[in-house]
Design a protein around this ligand. Sequence first.
Ligand code: OFO
Length: 169
Amino acid sequence: MLSKSMQDALNRQVMLEAASSQAYLAMASWSEIQPGLDNVAEYFFLQSEEERVHMLKLIRFVNERGGFALVPALQQPIITFKGLKSMFEEFLKHEIDISQSINELVDLALKEKDYATHNFLQWYVSEQIEEERSARVLNDKLELIGNDKSGLYLFDRDIMSTRQGEQKK
Ligand code: OFO
């Protein structure tokens, strides 16, 4: 059985995963209307779906453990970006915030000796290592490319290959 504080903290994470899904959906939509960013758009559509899966896993877990998972209200995320670089900076910042929040959940699970939740959260810990890594790699590439048009063309062409290292679920 989940404690009230653990349930509240997991419900907060449900809200953050839903917000991530919305944020990446907005990035996908913005990218889709820019010339030549078709694969970047595809990348964020998939990323958005993944975040929804992360949210669902939490909802199912909270309910299975005798809690009540609360479906959060939707807030409009950032919907336009100054450019590709600033969008990817936002992506990395977002993933770093999510990692921080997962770490806080792990801390709480240990403090409460809630080993079932601690065990459940390990999947999110590994996932965040992978997602932060991808976001950093993409930001580093954009830093190198600058405004070089052929570099940006290749960035879009190759972006899906950065997902291949991730264990997709
Ligand atoms: Fe990368 O955010 Fe979900 O966990």
